[in-house]
Design a protein. Structure first.
Ligand SMILES: *[C@@H]1O[C@H](CO)[C@@H](O)[C@H](O)[C@H]1NC(C)=O
Length: 444
């Protein structure tokens, strides 16, 4: 009956994930349970045929998972000339048999002529990666527009708040670091808040009521010698701390109400709209050829930390979020440079996957980078020839991490990057990725 099938599937799941112990099994259990639910609940009530079909289909799915054994480390074309998983697949009613799993447009002519031949995962990844490039017009126009807006904003801030020592605004984001894929439609604008280190110091969020190591508080010190008013930033103090919320509100007002965006837009040949209702300080920019959103982040750099004025929702209003973005990107590039590795290529492909699958959006960017960095500590071979192995390994690692609900920050093991995810989100991502482990090409 179903019970024993269930056991077999779970035993296989343990093999697939290569992790011992029970920790890893909840997602596998969930995946199997969903399939069984689907098998036992009629899709179209009152139509026994539909029910029958759904049952049959689901059993095929179960069989698919059952065959989900770790693929041989180095797949070769010959290995794939006989379809591994297709017998179950091609029996699914209503589904055109596609035993090769190949997408024809990518296949070389001789491959097309022989339907059973198939590209290896490695070949698919490489050909897929060439389709991820950001269109040239966007890649050049977006930073150019953003830079022009940046200059206008800087001038405005200087004239409006001559007493506030803002640093030079600069652009940031995956596009500038060569890790953006598919489309360039957002860019970050960093606004440095320059603090006198004699007047301010940092308190870890761990030591505050929120007990969260992702955040910091910036405390005004030496008030005895330098009373309130000595620092130009003192007007943003709430209860002795530099308030990210008050600064945000001031800038929000400025973006929404003070700056003459229609005039600036006219000058730059685009329409610029501040997002009034957004939690972030955001501008939408529409140009004939591109559309983008620009998010402004006030940033404090102190004691080797990069802190953003992004307080957590609700709760305490004085918190600053530590950003590891710059460290992430430079570490990945450094590692690739030292061993001619393909980490950035792997990340681009994975970012493309997360971008095109709504349920995986929250894994894109930082979490993926941290997984790649963790794996870099363990696996030495990041050469392009091993791309498929590493890609597969990242997927397995993600499933195992989702399973535990824990992805430790590479730079601070006290931080769990998954702490903000909802249980349903974890389940959904785990489900999608778990099923992809046996057949990673479904993600491409
Ligand atoms: C920033 O201020 C605006 C206006 O008060 C508010 O709507 C928004 O939620 C704030 N954002 C954050 C991150 O607190």
């Amino acid at each position: 009956g179903l019970g024993s099938v269930f056991d077999v599937l779970l035993a296989n799941a343990r093999l697939v994930l290569g992790v011992s112990g029970a920790a890893v099994l909840a997602i596998a259990t969930l995946a199997v349970k969903r399939l069984i639910d689907r098998a036992t609940s009629p899709r179209d009530e009152g139509d026994p045929k539909a029910e029958q079909k759904s049952l049959e289909e689901s059993w095929q799915d179960l069989a698919l998972i059952k065959t989900t054994l770790k693929p041989p480390k180095k797949q070769r074309r010959e290995d794939l000339s006989e379809p591994l998983l297709s017998p179950a697949r091609s029996l699914v009613p209503g589904e055109a048999p596609n035993p090769s799993g190949c997408t024809a447009p990518l296949a070389a002519p001789q491959v097309k002529s022989s339907p059973l031949r198939c590209l290896t995962l490695q070949e698919k990844l490489l050909s897929h990666s060439s389709q991820l490039a950001v269109p040239e017009i966007q890649a050049s126009l977006v930073p150019q527009l953003a830079r022009s807006i940046c200059t206008q904003l800087q001038n405005f801030l200087r004239s409006k708040f001559p007493e506030l020592p803002f640093g030079r605004l600069f652009l940031s984001g995956a596009l500038l670091d060569g890790l953006e894929v598919l489309a360039a439609d957002h860019i970050h604008l960093m606004l440095p808040v320059v603090l006198d280190s004699g007047l301010w110091n940092l308190i870890s969020g761990e030591d505050t009521v929120v007990r969260n190591p992702q955040y910091w508080m910036i405390k005004r010190i030496n008030l005895g010698y330098f009373p309130r008013g000595c620092s130009p930033w003192d007007r943003f103090i709430v209860g002795r701390y530099l308030s990210s919320s008050v600064l945000n509100e001031t800038l929000h007002k400025l973006l929404v109400a003070s700056i003459n965006w229609p005039a600036i837009g006219g000058l730059l040949g685009c329409a610029i709209h501040p997002m009034v209702a957004s939690r972030e300080l955001k501008l939408e920019v529409k140009h004939d050829q591109v559309e983008l959103s620009i998010t402004l982040f006030p940033v404090v750099e102190m004691e080797d930390k990069v802190l953003l004025a992004v307080p957590p929702e609700g709760l305490v209003e004085n918190l600053w979020l530590e950003s590891f973005y710059r460290a992430e990107v430079s570490r990945v590039k450094e590692l690739d440079a030292s061993d001619s590795g393909a980490r950035q290529l792997c990340l681009r492909i994975l970012n493309g996957v997360c971008r095109s699958q709504p349920s995986l959006h929250k894994l894109g960017g930082s979490p993926l980078t941290h997984v790649v960095l963790h794996l870099s500590d363990a696996a030495t071979d990041w050469a392009e020839e091993s791309l498929a192995d590493r890609f597969q390994q990242v997927l397995e690692e993600l499933v195992a991490s989702l399973e535990k609900g824990v992805l430790l920050s590479y730079f601070n093991p006290k931080i769990n990057l998954f702490s903000g995810l909802l249980e349903e989100e974890i389940d959904e991502m785990g489900f999608v990725l778990y099923r992809a482990i046996s057949e990673p090409e479904v993600l491409l």
